[in-house]
Design a protein around this ligand. Structure first.
Ligand code: C2O
Ligand code: CU
Ligand code: CU
Length: 517
């Protein structure tokens, strides 16, 4: 295997049947890197105005966004790849909004009636009596009323739509929208159904960060392509139970293109990075050793920039970065995930006057006092294996999706959630509606905990990294550790969800409803 690309994990090659159940994957070493320019998703355009759903006579900007099948060039030397995109682009158009500017979006499902990826009908919500193709859109990181939040069971089939109201009453941040349909969410997002939703505000305007063509989104995800450049989604080998516990692809894409390049000027740029992968956690670094300044995380600006050599970013996490290419005229700088090439920056030799700033103080981010929490919940993350060691199920707190709601925080109250990870892997845990802060992590003895319920710690309390000290909506729950988060449940009463954002896990029971009462 070439060092430039990860080798894809294709299990499910059944020796007994003699034939591979997964078609052969493309040899990524045959694809030349850095031959395609980085595309930038178009900005979403409104289709006029509609009356506000609050019954007043106010008119709000109205967007109609269609999900449809599309053929898209992901690399110069490959034939077009079948994808599902919002407005026919992958990633979908970027919403540009400002804090407090309400808007309406009609999400229209114009997808074909048949799915082109392997549905596992055993998974809850994906039974054979359900339509194969179903979608419902969630704005990840949005403080959204429950009726517009994209509850996983509120899906609808092709030919139908739903109009959602986004109040955007929240600080400037990089949000993203994506499919959330129960039991097939991993396939729909894998097919291409995700896009960015940016909220800006005055606090951010005053900082004079790089803007316009110097502010560029980088939506990173991995995919597995077959020899014809078509999406391949590996299956277990058991046709009745095709689900596999993780997905790792053989190519890295940025904004929907395999290992693209970007021409930059020798000055500061702002990159809004989203890990839009199903399972893969990235460790991003610039190959020449240049630092990256992280100015924001999931829910907006940090208090001050964090200088990083290496950025760990799990599925659904966002990192707002400023990179200064000044002094690097003529260089070609590769962005890598460990040893794998993700994309390349080509620094031009033009003379520039960089009038953008990178202030030392970005925004005040007061820590939520622990003493203000009215309740602490201890919630386990569980994984279950069959006799051969294959993972077959994941749960939150040992509870299935369909069981009665157990987490019912009171509106405007503060709670601490202790995420007790009993598994060997990182789970990116996401709560809808709220922003939270990471308190700390601590390794514990998990076998003792499983036997006796006693939490015996094996190490010191580890505070969050500097770039985790801002507002978050997704946290990496480290293996064999208790990760503590604190949140104020404000905004709206009603039913929401919390879940692991490893999409394979989320689709197989690692998701629970919760209700703000
Ligand atoms: Cu990215 Cu339930 O969300
Ligand atoms: Cu969300
Ligand atoms: Cu998980």
């Amino acid at each position: 295997m070439c060092s430039r690309y990860p080798s894809g994990t294709v299990r499910g090659i059944s020796a007994s049947l003699g034939a591979p159940l997964n078609p052969p994957a493309l040899d990524p070493t045959k694809l030349e890197a850095f031959v395609d320019p980085l595309p930038v998703p178009p900005v979403a355009r409104s289709n006029g105005v509609r009356l506000s759903p609050d019954g007043s006579s106010r008119k709000l900007p109205f967007y109609q966004i269609e999900m449809r099948e599309v053929l898209s060039k992901v690399h110069r030397d490959l034939p077009p790849t079948r994808l599902w995109g919002f407005q026919g682009v992958v990633p979908g158009p970027t919403f540009e909004t400002r804090k407090g500017d309400e808007l309406l979006v009609e999400w229209v499902n114009r997808l074909p009636a048949r799915h082109f990826l392997p549905i596992d009908h055993r998974l809850h919500g994906a039974e054979r009596d359900k339509p194969e193709v179903r979608t419902v859109v969630h704005l990840h990181g949005g403080r959204t009323p429950p009726s517009s939040d994209g509850y996983p069971e509120d899906w609808y089939p092709p030919g139908k739509s739903a109009t959602y109201f986004y109040p955007n009453r929240q600080d400037a941040a990089t949000l993203w929208y994506h499919d959330h349909a129960m039991g097939i969410n991993r396939l729909n997002i894998y097919a291409g159904l995700s896009g960015l939703f940016i909220i800006r505000d005055q606090v951010e305007d005053k900082l004079h960060l790089p803007r316009g063509r110097y502010e560029i989104p980088l939506v990173i995800f991995d995919r597995m392509l077959d020899a014809h450049g078509q999406l391949l989604y590996p299956v277990s080998g058991d046709p009745r139970a095709p689900w596999l516990a993780d997905f790792f692809g053989n190519v890295m894409m940025v904004n929907g293109r395999v290992a693209p390049f970007l021409e930059v000027e020798p000055r500061k740029y702002r990159f809004r990075v989203l890990n839009g992968s199903n399972s893969r956690l990235y460790h991003l670094q610039l190959a020449n050793g240049m630092p990256m300044m992280q100015i924001g995380s999931d829910q907006g600006l940090l208090a001050s920039p964090a200088e990083l050599q290496r950025l760990a970013i799990a599925p659904a996490e966002r990192a707002d970065l400023v990179v200064d290419f000044a002094g690097h005229q003529g260089e070609r700088i590769v962005l890598k995930d460990d040893a794998v090439d993700v994309m390349q920056f080509r620094v031009s030799r033009v003379r520039v006057v960089d009038d953008s700033h990178l202030p030392h103080l970005l925004r005040s981010v007061p820590r939520i006092p622990e003493a203000g929490a009215v309740r602490t919940r201890t919630l386990t993350l569980n994984e279950y294996n069959d006799r051969t060691g294959q993972t077959i199920l994941m749960l939150l707190n040992g509870t299935y999706w369909h069981q009665p709601i157990t987490e019912k925080p009171r509106i405007d109250s503060t709670e601490i959630w202790n995420l007790v990870n009993l598994t060997d892997e990182v789970h990116p845990i996401h709560l809808h509606l709220v922003r939270f802060q990471v308190l700390d992590r601590r390794v514990f003895e998990r076998f003792e905990y499983q036997r006796t319920g006693n939490l015996r710690y094996l190490g010191p309390v580890t505070p969050p990294e500097q770039n985790e000290m801002g507002w978050k909506d997704t946290v990496r729950a480290q293996p064999h550790a208790v990760t503590r988060i604190i949140a104020r449940f404000e905004g709206y009463k009603g039913r929401y969800v919390w879940h692991c954002h490893n999409l394979e896990h989320e689709d197989n029971e690692m998701m629970r409803p919760y209700e703000v009462i």
